[in-house]
Design a protein around this ligand. Structure first.
Ligand code: GLY
Length: 596
């Protein structure tokens, strides 16, 4: 009953803003990369669940509907604020298995072996997602649901199937060359209509076609279509075990046995003790201020919150509302402060259980002001004056999802298996993909990882350690104590700069969250010493002017017109109304964010 009366009362003064819509957006919102998973969260809110119930249900549903990044085999971070103002941050990042060692991705000559770090079973850290989601549910859920009720929608989606969205159909076909190398992934993600794929593999094995011809022909086979019903029986069984036994349904018993069997068959490192000993950890959130707002984000082992607050502290010295967005002046300033922050990332940040992170210094206003003295407003600073770096590869996976309820609870989770579909290896019989998060460690000092990020001792591989992340689930509280924004992104190192630009758009340029997401973005990260930019972000004139200031650009010429930097999701609460944001970049999933 209360759902019907409350909106009517509130809608009278707000009639001309938005309440005229049949579905009121005063009660809550869920934003994720999958409309189906967002709807699961909304259904929980409608049944008197809170934002924490909703986000956990959405998380389990994403593990089914968005296999590229939603997961059981990965990890993530939660940044949340309860209705009574408590700040919460939970670290359920993957951990290095006990058998890990510093040089595990180097060959006998000490060279970094990319294939090993990204596409082998030893690239997988001990997964944290299931432990994290269940802890959030137990500690912050409304108490109106059992865990089984929260997981049931995900079980139904896995068991009965769901219509594939465009990006999933594309992703399955696009990654075929990896999936065929793993029996579990091959079975689940490759249709092999008329044995066409088997035929090609045979031709390649017989040397009738070259590797290039094989890969080209494989990529031409488009088997999946939007709307195909995708069923995942093994995953449904794993979810049922979690539903029945809680964390033991994953870290013990049959699921653990299947993970260990997968490791033994493929020389992986994760042991039964690693699984049994895994635990997520509540961490101190990073808290800063920006123009009378409080910024709350994730601390180490994420670098996200620290860099974000550091960059906002620097930007606070400028009247950004008077600087045209993506003008020469704006991009120069952004690039310079990003350079300073990412230089600190490489040296100062690592897993807090292993490394003393100088957080107080990095997020202080004084430090920001000192650092700003290093930049000039007339000329680009050279990153190589600080240190060296080179190649840059990218991957866009990871995903952010969030929920807000009418009582003021706000929860945002960024989760990942690192690359799109992780290391592309399914745990046979358990139906979920393994992460390749171990590549987020610094495998060798000054050698870039898959995101072009370099690091040193702070982020070196050690048993039980968590690799440094860029994931930045962030929320903003206004001067009246209202949570007005929850936002996060996928995109590796670009996550932090994308979240930064959205916060600037909302606070300085007064855009709503969706408008903020729509603005073209730039990115730089100290090394490589380049500005990355979306083609619609900068005019040729601006690029030329920035070159005159000595800036160099990542060469976009051979990239598709829709090349993008990070993919963001979030929710804004403005005048009591929920406004959702779902990035339009990349393959579309339709309207992924839902209010009610
Ligand atoms: N795997 C990307 C990140 O955590 O930043």
């Amino acid at each position: 009953m209360k759902y019907k009366i409350l909106p009517i009362l509130i809608c009278i003064p707000l009639l001309f803003i938005s309440c005229a819509q049949p579905n009121s957006n005063l009660n809550g919102a869920v934003s994720s990369t999958s409309r189906i998973a967002s709807q699961v969260g909304i259904d929980i809110l409608k049944q008197d669940g809170n934002a924490f119930d909703a986000i956990v249900a959405t998380g389990f549903a994403l593990a089914v509907t968005s296999p590229a990044n939603g997961n059981l085999g990965g990890g993530g971070f939660l940044t949340a604020r309860t209705a009574d103002g408590n700040l919460v941050s939970l670290d359920f990042r993957e951990k290095a298995p006990e058998l890990s060692y510093e040089k595990m991705f180097l060959d006998s000559e000490g060279n970094y072996v990319r294939e090993l770090a990204l596409f082998s079973h030893i690239s997988a850290g001990v997964p944290g997602t299931v432990n994290g989601l269940i802890k959030i549910f137990n500690d912050y859920g409304s108490g109106n649901f059992t865990l089984a009720e929260i997981i049931q929608p995900a079980i139904d989606l896995a068991e009965q199937g769901f219509p594939l969205e465009e990006n999933a159909a594309y992703g399955f076909d696009n990654n075929k060359k990896y999936f065929v190398q793993d029996s579990g992934s091959n079975e689940i993600f490759v249709k092999n209509t008329n044995n066409e794929v088997d035929f090609l593999i045979q031709q390649f094995k017989n040397n009738s076609i070259t590797q290039e011809e094989y890969e080209n022909k494989l990529s031409e086979i488009n088997e999946w279509e939007t709307g195909d019903i995708f069923i995942q029986k093994d995953l449904a069984e794993t979810l049922k075990r979690i539903s029945k036994n809680g964390v033991d349904g994953f870290y013990n018993g049959e699921t653990a046995r299947l993970i260990i069997e997968e490791m033994k068959k493929n020389n992986g490192f994760i042991s039964i003790e690693d699984l049994k000993n895994y635990d997520s950890v509540y961490r101190e959130p990073i808290v800063g201020t920006y123009r009378e707002h409080t910024v709350v984000s994730m601390g180490p082992p994420s670098s996200g919150g620290t860099l974000l607050v550091q960059m906002l502290n620097m930007l606070e010295n400028y009247e950004l509302q008077n600087i045209e967005r993506n003008s020469t002046e704006f991009v120069h300033l952004l690039t310079e402060i990003q350079r300073l922050a990412y230089a600190d990332r490489a040296v100062h940040l690592g897993d807090p259980d292993f490394w003393k992170n100088p957080i107080d210094m990095l997020i202080s206003k004084e430090y920001a002001n000192e650092r700003l003295k290093l930049i000039s407003h007339d000329k680009a600073t050279s990153s190589t004056e600080i240190a060296a770096g080179n190649e840059y590869k990218e991957s866009m996976e990871t995903t952010h999802y969030s929920a807000m309820d009418k009582n003021g609870n706000t929860a945002g989770i960024t989760t990942t298996i690192n690359f799109s579909y992780g290391n592309k290896k399914i745990v046979d019989g358990a139906g979920f993909l393994l992460n390749n998060e171990m590549d987020d460690f610094s495998s060798k000092p000054n050698v870039p990882n898959a995101f072009g990020l370099i690091g040193g001792e702070a982020n070196a591989i050690e048993p039980f350690k968590r690799p440094l992340s860029s994931m930045s689930p962030t929320l903003i509280v206004d001067k009246n104590g209202q949570t007005i924004l929850t936002v996060g992104a996928a995109g590796g190192s670009r996550i932090i700069t994308a979240v930064l630009q959205i916060i600037i758009s909302v606070i300085d340029h007064n855009l709503n969250i969706q408008e903020a997401m729509d603005v073209g973005r730039t990115h730089s990260q100290w090394l490589p010493d380049l500005i990355f930019y979306e083609k619609n972000a900068l005019t040729k004139e601006t690029i030329d002017e920035l070159k005159l200031l000595n800036h160099s650009f990542y060469n976009n010429d051979n990239l598709p017109g829709n090349y993008y930097l990070a993919r963001t999701h979030g929710i804004q609460r403005k005048n009591g109304i929920f406004i959702t944001g779902a990035d339009k970049r990349g393959k579309q999933n339709g309207n992924e964010a839902i209010t009610y």
